[in-house]
Design a protein around this ligand. Structure first.
Ligand SMILES: [Zn+2]
Length: 122
């Protein structure tokens, strides 16, 4: 199951969910798992550990994580007009397009967005 996630608040990359992210507790070395959301491009990452919230199901933990991720992503979009800082699109735009100037960059990135997200991104 995949909830609707906004793009990464740091780079605009695609996020993924993991309901059973494994981790090891620092204090006693025990293995546990939690609900995690992470960016597939810049590795921005958030996790809610099962041990910290044993009263919640995996689905409830993930619902809280989705809400937190989307609130941060939405805040970033509202305050900066984009994801803030260089975006995923900036990283994948070829150097020769940047050399042609800002208009060429805007045109190339708009076309790439449509290619990645479909016509509704235009
Ligand atoms: Zn990112």
């Amino acid at each position: 199951m995949t909830d609707k996630l906004l793009p990464c608040p740091f780079c605009g990359g695609d996020p993924e969910q993991d309901y059973q992210r494994s981790f090891r507790w620092l204090k006693d070395g025990r293995l546990d798992h939690g609900a995690a959301i992470y960016c597939t491009f810049c590795n921005a990452d958030m996790i809610m550990c099962r041990g910290d919230h044993p009263e919640l199901s995996d689905e409830e933990r993930m619902a809280i994580m989705v809400e937190n991720w989307n609130r941060r992503a939405d805040h970033a979009r509202q305050t900066t007009g984009s994801a803030g800082g260089p975006t995923y699109l900036d990283f994948i735009t070829p150097d020769e397009i940047f050399e042609k100037g800002p208009d060429a960059v805007k045109k190339w990135q708009a076309a790439k967005l449509v290619e990645l997200l479909g016509p509704s991104a235009a």
